[in-house]
Design a protein. Structure first.
Length: 127
């Protein structure tokens, strides 16, 4: 399987539409994508083909159509991308990332509450 950071922004959008429900036909994926912005059918089919070649998704042929499904789970992708970001930009340290959001007033109270809860769980499990 390809590294998840080999997925382009547009490929990710197609993959995200597939994660919403699968298996899915190209038409269903195009319909989901068109809820956000206008996508050309041929563009989506090209992106689906690229994702198949990268072994990120696969398909089953049913009569005259293809039903696509992901080979990469959303959680695995987000975990890998998060770790990659922290590693590349913050030398593997999470605190500077969170501090950047805090310093720019980008954190909501809900974000702060969720972070506190995660820290409490971590402390409980790692004491």
């Amino acid at each position: 399987m390809q590294k998840s950071n080999d997925i382009s922004k547009t490929e990710f959008e197609v993959l995200d539409a597939l994660w919403q429900g699968h298996p899915a036909s190209a038409s269903e994926i195009i319909e989901r994508l068109n809820q956000q912005k206008s996508w050309h059918d041929k563009t989506v089919k090209t992106l689906l083909s690229r994702l198949v070649k990268k072994h990120i998704i696969d398909y089953d042929k049913q009569q005259r159509s293809y039903l696509y499904y992901p080979l990469l789970e959303r959680n695995a992708y987000t975990n890998n991308e998060s770790q990659s970001l922290v590693s590349r930009l913050f030398n593997g340290k999470v605190a500077p990332l969170v501090a950047g959001f805090a310093n720019n007033n980008s954190l909501t109270q809900q974000d702060v509450d969720e972070l506190k809860s995660l820290i409490q769980k971590w402390e409980k499990n790692n004491d």
